[in-house]
Design a protein around this ligand. Structure first.
Ligand code: ZN
Length: 192
């Protein structure tokens, strides 16, 4: 019975997360990666649950791959979203925690992380009045901050605010909240 219950709960969670992702206009490949559902099953879900004219669009093509927006024009939005990603555990508070004990980056897309990702994104949409980051870009930000190879979080010495910074920047900018120096987390983790 126990196994059946677990399986039932897991299937239900999978469906719940998939529907939330569809509602956020996530691409099929994103839904597949985070829920493990097949493309065929996802297409059927979209057909059964999304009424034409419900305002949910389906995006095709490649997922976002440019981090520039988070550093420049969309920086305020990106920081609000990064705070939510931290709060809901999608992004670890320190880079070292993003790695498994054997040193490999943690596999981000999973059912549990999918739920945290939805919670973080939905909270971001509630607290930022004119939210400019769509769900696909939010997923991209979460993956980029976890990988920490293009952009990473650095913490302020003074106010402890999390700042999104370019990994390759020659000079680390000051804290965007108070102007104090940022901790260079590159030297903090045990794996560096
Ligand atoms: Zn600060």
């Amino acid at each position: 019975m126990r196994v059946t219950d677990d399986r039932y709960n897991r299937d239900r969670l999978r469906l719940e997360i998939a529907l939330r992702l569809i509602g956020h206009e996530a691409r099929t490949q994103t839904i597949r990666r985070w829920t493990g559902l097949s493309d065929d099953r996802i297409r059927k879900l979209v057909r059964s649950y999304i009424r034409p004219g419900a305002g949910v669009r389906r995006h095709r093509g490649k997922s976002p791959q440019q981090v520039g927006f988070f550093l420049r024009g969309g920086s305020d939005d990106a920081h609000a979203l990064a705070a939510m990603l931290l709060l809901f555990g999608v992004v670890p508070p320190r880079p070292a925690a993003a790695r498994t004990p054997d040193g490999a980056p943690s596999p981000l897309p999973s059912l549990a992380r999918g739920r945290q990702m939805c919670e973080a994104y939905e909270t971001y949409r509630r607290v930022v009045p004119q939210a400019r980051i769509d769900f696909e870009h939010a997923v991209f930000l979460a993956i980029a901050l976890n990988a920490a190879d293009q952009i990473r979080l650095r913490w302020c010495h003074s106010c402890d605010a999390a700042n999104i910074t370019e990994h390759s920047a020659l000079r680390v900018p000051p804290c965007r909240a108070c102007g104090a120096a940022l901790r260079d987390t590159v030297t903090m983790g045990p794996d560096h």
